[in-house]
Design a protein around this ligand. Structure first.
Ligand SMILES: [Zn+2]
Length: 80
């Protein structure tokens, strides 16, 4: 009897695809949130421009990164 071994190449492909999908989702909601809201930190009120926008993160109010309603109600912009 042969042990069932996972095929490493196949696992790599699955992991790579999951990562790519997660990154695409990440970019998607970040862009949407930045279009929807003014570039101001919701906690400290600091404002951002194109030069430091990477320090502004999109926070999920309910901590579920897959919960991205169209109206942006689950997002909050916070400085990192
Ligand atoms: Zn802040």
């Amino acid at each position: 009897m042969t042990a069932r071994k996972p095929d490493p190449a196949r696992l790599d492909a699955i992991v790579a695809r999951a990562r790519a999908e997660s990154e695409a989702r990440q970019r998607g909601y970040r862009e949407r949130a930045l279009k929807l809201y003014p570039w101001v930190c919701g906690r400290c009120g600091r404002s951002f421009d194109r030069g430091n926008l990477h320090e502004l993160t999109v926070h999920h109010r309910n901590h579920d990164h897959d919960d991205n309603p169209e109206d942006g109600s689950n997002w909050e912009l916070l400085c990192s």
